[in-house]
Ligand binder design. Sequence first.
Ligand code: ASP
Length: 582
Amino acid sequence: MYRSHTCGELRIADTGKQVTLSGWVQRVRNLGGMSFIDIRDRYGVTQVVVDDASSQDVKDISAQLGREYVIQVSGVVVERASKNSKISTGDIEVRAEAIKILNPSITPPFTIEDETDGGDELRMKYRYLDLRRNPVKNALLLRHRMAQEVRRYLDGEGFIEVETPFLIKSTPEGARDFVVPSRMHPGEFYALPQSPQTFKQLLMVAGFDKYFQIVKCFRDEDLRADRQPEFTQIDCEMSFVERDDVLQTFEGLVKHLFAKVKGIEFKEQFMRMPYSEAMEKYGSDKPDLRFGMEFVELNALVKGKGFGVFDNAEYVGAICVPGCAGYTRKQLDELTDFVKRPQVGASGLVYIRYAEDGIKSTIDKFYTPDDLLAIAKKMAAKPGDLILILSGAKKKTLTALCELRLEMGNRLGLRSKDVFAPLWVVDFPLLEWDEEAQRYFAMHHPFTSPKPEDIPLFKTDPGKIRANAYDLVINGVEIGGGSIRIFDRELQQTMFDALGFTKEEADKQFGFLLNAFQYGAPPHGGIAFGFDRLCSLFGGADSIRDYIAFPKNNAGRDVMIDTPSTISQQQLDELSIQVRKK
Ligand code: ASP
């Protein structure tokens, strides 16, 4: 028997018990005639004490111990003289009667403590050691809890978990595919799924009615901070549903998770907002609603007063920052620098200080105090507020204003990680025009249904068609997205036409789905949640990395197993692959 208890288990009530623990040496402190060994496992840390009364054998072994040695300790539980309220076993210690080294350890490359001295790359290289640290271990425990609760809720709602294949067909839409060569079929390739989208739709044709899967997806996208080439979705699909059925079911899932995992009850229905409104009011399709500062368009109030910058702008918009009229010149200069950064892209910043003792701005030359007051009124500003105005081409200015709003939210501490503001964004555009390719792309994916009343626009103005699509946004982060699907072969063909697919191309790529639609496809719709991101949101972290057991770094590499890597000439030959020499 390796252990009678775990290292997180013993309490004051266990005093006097004979116990055996196994685990890793967290620390050894030698204090003259006494030494303390902290022994750790997944469940916690227990203090082991070796003193004058201990046998010579125990003293000798304890003198050999180093960090991360795996040991087995037997002894008696005693009450501690000085208690440690920070750990669950802090009232007791184990007086060692026998210590056995099960396995020594070389010195770890960084300290296995909550605050470690290891840098990112080093921790990734020795991920199995990093996983011994509480913050990372707890992140994975949270993920486990969440996965269990997802299954519990969806099972309770009658959803069936079905596994769909990983070796599938490459499709040109969406992101780039990771492809897998086929030894048996030289020159032919599988692709790893970007999502199980078509399979879950086929499961609906098959009559499964409610499907889900917690599933790996793969996208060979350009690398960005915190983007993983493989990630996990909670993927779901339902039959005989309209949008509101889907929203209600999955709002239920998210509320269930908040209640069970975070102890937060959402009584009200989540807010819903059309995409167009999100763009006008927040300049983003994933607005952070933890705070206000909605945009107000000022075109009608500011144009025609001789201020060329505004007169020539397509759009003039502002936010009202509460209580910041007292901003110093330096702070305002900082904000001006902020909006001029290439990532934000504004050409300048105009401000109006609505102070207690009067209203002042950088554009006093062109606007009378009454003009400025009219602006303040339109903004619903109160004395003490600061109005920040950006102008220019509409789309660009909305985006810049969005960045400025988030920056002010940060500065004013309005983006607490303990506050959660969920929102459904609905009615996304169906199609997006791509200047470079000179064609439309599906904003969501080609199987998303248009809103029925917008179908005639295919003939006249496809860019204006609204999709029956929705995203769940929490705190400015897109957590999930889905749509009601096209289930009619004709309409699916119209969609492919709009995307510029010839009939042959559509048949080659998606013939299996189009065929299936001829055999009684039910109306259906679904959603997929980014599970890694949802976990990090619940855990209060910015990065998804620690919620993934073995993540890739920002360059898409696994530095622990060192991949991607080359393969042997023999393997290449078997796969009929010729590698172009660099
Ligand atoms: N398959 C979609 C995605 O990965 C989600 C969905 O429409 O259900 O974004």
